[in-house]
Design a protein around this ligand. Structure first.
Ligand code: G3I
Length: 353
């Protein structure tokens, strides 16, 4: 069966299994961000790669008040060689935000990945690497001072067991690299900018979540500003080759959010996608819709959960099939930009009290 036929069928089927996507009161003007604002939260966002796809600006306009540049602000894109900065691409996103009055979740300052070899393999000593970090943060933060609503200051510093990832940052500077990064970020960003630690697999409320809580406490113990923890939420709806099982249920998700929220920081879902073994079927899409609902509900059940971002608009461009062969269909719009049952699930999870 052709994918679009399959989806048309599944939409019809799932529409009867779930709350109708266009139930009364939501016939016109359904909007993820308006729903979030109506529940006292601050954003609904998407990862964004600006490309020639006429459907995307319309969806962004209707559904989102925030976006995360998918790759443009990463180190390899902005400082490919030492102290030589390239902002052509990143500036497009700053302009897009300004032109469309959108928040930007700026992503990301200190990460082990998409880090150019000159940093990762440069063999720098502690002092020099700290100076390199400061310079990078200073230049990026200054350039986008009035642009970034939030910054992912440090990304993915934890191993799955909650210990620190053996990155060049940790191996050279030790765990001090975290408070140091946040200190520089606080120094060079606007006071209003929210500074986040961001990681994946925090949603299971296990030792990795404890690791994130430890980071919040560590940074705070120096009196340094840290405003939030981003739970990426790259989850699966069933067991797949890269996931031992389905995503956690609402109460586990909620408990995981609270583990850091209770330390006095905001929390947010920053990169949501819920993958499955492809091809998608009507039944799998209905399950996926319930998972989207559950993720949204967990956020709404936690007072300090300020917003949610999905990691892309359409399945057409999701990073997943390219990295996890045989998996995908993880987003809320299908490859033809039709809303999937997941959309109704997400909206329901936001609105249902
Ligand atoms: O831009 C080059 C292009 O010039 C080249 O021809 C092409 C050939 O491979 O590569 C292009 O770069 C790719 C880039 O995306 C832009 O499309 C990289 O290879 C590819 O690795 C990169 O993937 C990104 C990935 O991060 C890298 O780690 C994904 O788009 C992006 O969605 C993904 O996002 C990450 C978050 O930043 C952090 N959390 C996990 C999340 C998913 O992996």
């Amino acid at each position: 069966m052709h994918f679009s036929t399959l989806l048309a069928t599944s939409l019809a089927l799932a529409g009867s299994a779930l709350a109708a996507p266009s139930s009364p009161g939501h016939v016109k003007g359904d909007s993820l961000y308006k729903a979030m604002l109506s529940r006292g939260r601050t954003f609904a966002g998407t990862a964004l790669t600006l490309r020639d796809e006429p459907a995307e600006p319309k969806i962004v306009h209707q559904e989102f008040n925030s976006f995360t540049p998918e790759n443009a602000m990463k180190w390899e894109s902005t400082e490919p060689s030492r102290n030589s900065f390239t902002f052509t691409d990143a500036d497009r996103y700053a302009k897009y935000a300004k032109d469309n009055k959108l928040q930007i979740h700026c992503h990301t300052l200190v990460w082990h990945s998409q880090l150019p070899a000159w940093v990762a393999n440069g063999g720098f000593d502690n002092k020099t690497l700290i100076a390199i970090m400061e310079n990078h943060i200073k230049v990026l933060a200054a350039r986008y001072k009035n642009v970034c609503t939030r910054w992912d200051v440090v990304n993915e510093a934890l191993e799955e067991d909650g210990t620190y990832r053996k990155s060049v940052w940790y191996n050279t500077i030790g765990d001090a690299f975290l408070p140091i990064a946040f200190k520089f970020a606080a120094k060079y960003t606007d006071k209003k900018t929210k500074l986040f630690y961001n990681d994946y697999n925090l949603e299971y409320n296990g030792t990795k979540t404890d690791g994130a809580a430890r980071i919040v406490k560590l940074v705070k113990s120096y009196g340094i500003k840290i405003d939030g923890v981003g739970y990426q939420a790259h989850l699966a709806t069933e067991a797949t080759p890269t996931s031992p099982g389905a995503a956690p249920n609402t109460s586990v998700l909620e408990a995981a959010l609270r583990k850091t929220a209770d330390l006095g920081v905001d929390v947010a879902y920053t990169e949501i996608d819920l993958r499955m073994n492809t091809p998608a079927t009507a039944a799998k899409l209905a399950v996926q819709a319930r998972f989207y609902e559950s993720v949204a509900k967990s956020c709404l059940n936690v007072k300090r959960c300020v917003g949610m971002t999905v990691w892309g608009i359409s399945d057409k461009y999701s990073w997943i099939p390219g990295v996890f062969a045989g998996e995908g269909a993880a987003l809320v719009w299908d490859e033809n930009y039709n809303k999937k049952p997941a959309y109704a699930g997400l909206l329901k999870g936001i609105l249902k009290k």
